[in-house]
Design a protein around this ligand. Structure first.
Ligand code: ARG
Length: 284
């Protein structure tokens, strides 16, 4: 950096001296600020990119505790006492990028947001949760990681003609879900029967305790792969939902770190591998 002095006859010798001192001070200040911001924004990684070093605030140091209703395959389900699924693998891949060990904790879907807000139990929600405005008032969401729609499931062989067909019928939904919200808005004259999870709703449909179930399409598709249930998807409902990971509004650094890691696993192929593993195809 160079500082040019404009020689003019209007400055006295004393004033020139003051100007010189000020100019030197300015140069030093700029140089120091430059240095300081460099250390603040972090170190360079091996590829030469500057990465921001922030210490992530999690409940247990070095760990990322994840709240999830683990009865929602292929996103999350229990294999013995181990959680598995698309969300589980994504969170693990994200945890790896962040240097945090991921542990899933099973919670009723309905209680995930209040529990996250209350704090102390888990750091993130990964539960096939749709990003929607009323939820965004309560918690923050990561960038979307999966596009979804709703489905209507009934006994195999049923011809479905439209929501009016459900009038006077019992419609099973999972409490607190977008499927429940869709049914409340679009199905008139039916009795909505809330269940704590999707698998219970399907069991009730099989047993004849409800006449239909509204549930996220990819999960209905997965649960109905087992043909013995005698159930079928009679309608796809294009709600155009997107799933995101939920984080407390008090932890914006964690949301930013998750977004960065998500972008990385999308560009390095990890996301596609995980997608193919759970859906058998590559994302569109
Ligand atoms: N996507 C729907 C919602 O956000 C249903 C999610 C249910 N997830 C679960 N793991 N049970 O309301």
């Amino acid at each position: 950096m160079s500082v040019a002095f404009i020689e003019g006859g209007f400055m006295s010798k004393g004033k020139k001296w003051v100007a010189l001192v000020l100019a030197v001070a300015l140069v030093l200040a700029v140089a120091l600020t430059g240095c300081a911001s460099k250390t603040d924004t972090g170190t360079s990684d091996t590829t030469g990119n500057t990465t921001k070093t922030v210490t992530l605030k999690t409940i247990e140091p070095g760990k990322l505790l994840v709240g999830s209703d683990t009865a929602f395959p292929p996103f999350e389900s229990m294999n013995g006492n181990v959680a598995e699924g698309f969300d589980v693998d994504l969170m693990k891949a994200i945890g790896e990028k962040l240097g945090l060990e991921v542990t899933f904790k099973t919670e009723i879907f309905d209680t995930l947001i209040p529990t996250l807000k209350a704090g102390g139990k888990f750091d993130v929600i990964a539960s096939g949760m749709t990003i929607k405005p009323d939820r965004q008032l309560e918690i923050d969401f990561s960038d979307p990681y999966y596009d979804s729609n709703q489905s209507l499931v009934m006994k195999k062989g049923t011809t479905y003609t439209g929501p009016e067909q459900l009038s006077g019928k019992k419609v099973g939904v999972q409490s607190g879900t977008t499927g429940e919200a869709w049914a409340k808005e679009n199905v008139t004259g039916a009795t909505l029967v809330p269940f704590k999870n999707a698998t219970d709703a399907f069991a009730a449909l099989q047993a004849g305790n409800v006449d239909a179930v509204v549930n996220d399409l990819p999960v209905s598709t997965e649960l109905l792969k087992d043909d013995d249930r005698g159930l079928a998807i009679v309608a796809q409902i294009p709600t155009g939902e997107q799933y995101g990971f939920g984080v407390s509004k008090d932890n914006p650094d964690l949301t930013a770190a998750i977004n960065k890691a998500l972008a990385e696993i999308k560009s390095d192929g990890t996301y596609n591998d995980i997608y193919q593993k759970w859906f058998g195809i590559l994302p569109e």
